[in-house]
Write a protein that binds this ligand. Structure first.
Ligand SMILES: Nc1ncnc2c1ncn2[C@@H]1O[C@H](COP(=O)(O)OP(=O)(O)OP(=O)(O)O)[C@@H](O)[C@H]1O
Length: 337
């Protein structure tokens, strides 16, 4: 069995006849992993999740699921993939009725039903007697956990979650995190989750993808740097930062295009030798425990950039908030979005 569960190629999506809101030349998702999608509002996270859920049809390109091309009506994806939208809808019936609904559709028998519902509720930290309650008597966090339990009860191969912790309390966010990790561990569920909660994402995801303007790339040291870019003559282009520093780029397609730039920590005399550098101040550090890395946020004039370093480098180089550090970049590798 291949370890790749999704293989996306040349995917394009646009709503009605509007502009392209998603362009993914290639993307693979490995079975049994948790992939986090991060990006600003409108960057395309929900759109990508809906395409992976096969509830929307791409304008162009293909999504292969378990090695086979899949469409919105494919039999082999219908029961394998389940999607929890940002504001899940609970039916006007008891909690039990809500969770049982999907199970009945899949032909689960009555004896199995109670066992699966109890197990799913336990995964999200709710007792079985919540079954009698009506959705309108639940708090926002409980309702979100019931909606998640309804998906977990299906023991799906793929669980797609859109902002599962957006409007829940801290305890619910923790329980949702545990439920996601348990689903992966117990059933080998592949999870793709979009969230703005970076700390939460770092705790659950094996891999993080960054989205911006409908594009996707591995999150890490790449930063979106907005224009405008100014011509410096002789084919040279640069951004003028308010403190007087400049970022040199290849010719942009339009003067206000955004550039994708990878920065490195110029920590030794040889790292980034010969490449241009910027001087910035460390503002905060976020531990990424699963990767044993730390995301270092650095402010360069008024531009906020992120650099990823191995966790041992933090101590080694005394990276503390307030410390001034040099960052290098390679103008030859810069692309425009
Ligand atoms: N139903 C729709 N009709 C037209 N355009 C849409 C529709 N839904 C989303 N869009 C547009 O598609 C783009 C991507 O939106 P999407 O909801 O996928 O982003 P997102 O990253 O999930 O945002 P958020 O973090 O706010 O949920 C945006 O420009 C948005 O305005």
């Amino acid at each position: 069995m291949s370890s790749v569960i999704y293989r996306v190629s040349d995917l394009v999506y646009a709503y009605d006849s509007g502009p392209r809101v998603l362009e993914v030349p290639e993307l693979e998702i490995t079975r049994g992993t948790v992939t986090g999608l991060v990006g600003p509002n409108g960057s395309g996270k929900t759109t990508l999740l809906k395409l992976l859920a096969f509830v929307q049809k791409p304008v162009a390109g293909e999504i292969r699921f378990k090695g086979r091309p899949a469409s919105t009506f494919s039999e082999h994806v219908r029961f394998a993939v389940t999607f929890l939208p940002q504001t899940p809808y609970l039916l006007k019936r008891s909690v039990y009725g809500n969770i049982a609904y999907g199970l009945r559709l899949r032909g689960v028998t009555t004896e199995d039903m109670d066992r699966r519902i109890e197990r799913a509720l336990a995964l999200v930290g709710l007792p079985f007697d919540v079954c009698r309650r009506r959705p309108d008597s639940l708090s926002g966090g409980q309702a979100q956990r019931v909606a998640l339990a309804a998906r977990l009860a299906l023991e799906p191969e793929v669980l797609l979650l859109d902002e599962p912790t957006a409007s829940v309390d801290v305890e619910s966010a923790r329980l949702i995190q545990e439920a996601v990790l348990a689903a992966r561990q117990v059933h080998g569920t592949t999870v793709v989750v979009a969230s703005h909660d970076l700390q939460w994402m770092h705790a659950v995801s094996d891999r993080m993808l960054q989205m911006y303007n409908g594009r996707v790339w591995e999150a890490g040291s790449k930063n979106v740097v907005p224009g405008p870019w100014h011509s410096a003559g002789e084919g040279r282009w640069e951004k003028h930062l308010p403190g007087g520093q400049r970022i040199h780029v290849p010719a942009p397609p339009v003067a206000d295009a955004s550039a994708l730039i990878e920065f490195g920590l110029a920590k030794t005399p040889t790292a980034g030798a010969g490449l241009p550098t910027l001087s910035g101040k460390v503002t905060h550090l976020v531990l990424e425990p699963k990767r044993q890395t730390v995301a270092v946020t650095v402010t360069v004039d008024r531009l906020t950039l992120t650099v990823r370093v191995a966790d041992h480098e933090v101590e080694q180089h005394g990276l503390l908030p307030g410390k001034r550090i040099p960052l290098f970049y390679n103008p030859g590798t810069i692309v425009f979005l």
